[in-house]
Design a protein around this ligand. Sequence first.
Ligand code: GLC
Length: 414
Amino acid sequence: MDPDACTAMAVETMRRNDRGAYTVPTAGLYPYQWNWDSAFAAMGFARFDPARAWTELETLMVGQWADGMVPHILFHEADDGYFPGPEVWGCAGPVPSSGITQPPVAMTALRAVWGAAPDLGRAGPLWDAMARWAAWFARHRTEGGAVFVTHPWESGRDNAPDWDGAMAAIDPAGVGDYVRRDTGHVDASMRPTKADYDRYVWLVRRARDEGWDAEGMRGRHPFRVADPGTTFILMRGLRDLIALGPALGRDAAALEGIADDVAAGAAALWNPEIGCFDARDLRTGAFAGAVTSAAFLCWYGGAARGGMDAHLARVLDAAPYGVPSLDPADARFDARRYWRGPVWPFMNQMIGTGLTEAGLPAGERLRGVTRDLLAASGMAEYYDPRDGAPAGGRSFTWPAAVWLSWAHAEGAIP
Ligand code: GLC
């Protein structure tokens, strides 16, 4: 595809997934509003329909719970094609929702949308809501400053090797019967395994039985893993909220305190054995021992460390289309299985943005290969890192948004 055709396809994909006040990641496989997908959608809309970009963020924040949590899925309209639906989660927020959050890219999207189309009346309430979300992270999801997740889905990297140790320690006995819907949309070889799914569902039921008690989860929940991805993304989001504060007449002092703690937490996720940032099981203290794409968000978060550039050069040599979700040299690497190998363009965007800001040429290189990848393979959920073949679901919102807001953010869009 030439760039103009790709731009047209990106706009068309976003319009097709637009449900009026929010976008779905893709029809069928993911028919609701997902938290970090929507953040990227807002940045994509900012390029050709800024009013719609503001609406995307506002609809997301409408789902915010009284304690500040912003759910990872908002079930605005019933759809039988997805499991587990609202009846399984059993949550009582303002909109039917899941009971966990997702990485807060929306904080960064707020600043990006403001940059494209400043609107005090719309930005102010969003900033306030996001500051409450940041305080919720600090209160309920940090230990020593590092952000931990209470379910693999909370990280957004569902079946990454980061969670293998904690998942293996769970006995999903009594999970009961359930019917997966994802494998009706996409080939099972590209999706998480049945063993993973049993534990995903078991963890949801367990937290539901405990009444989604955030404070109780901190001490008792059987899955608590510090996640470098969410930690770096929160660092970044805090920086963007703090930078935006004065223009909106907001006092960011409380956020500055949180940012200092999270920065200290990020430093503690350095695994000296592999010389890389790494996930850490809080119940055992064990590191996952995996070089994943989340570690390369360190520049984006503002916590880079010597040695990360060498890891990056090594994985990019083996994966010409950008940062694979797992190091191809790792025995667990699986080129088409979700977060155990494939390239996800929005991760390229965050990693590339951080590298460019740090003055490293790898950022532009990453942008170039992402442009080539999307122009060659269209708007897929993710891609095989060896040959760029599209994989998973098709007609996805976030690669379209990545094309528009970063990979080829050029020219007017009719
Ligand atoms: C999968 C991804 C997650 C994403 C969701 C919707 O669960 O792992 O990151 O938000 O799909 O696209």
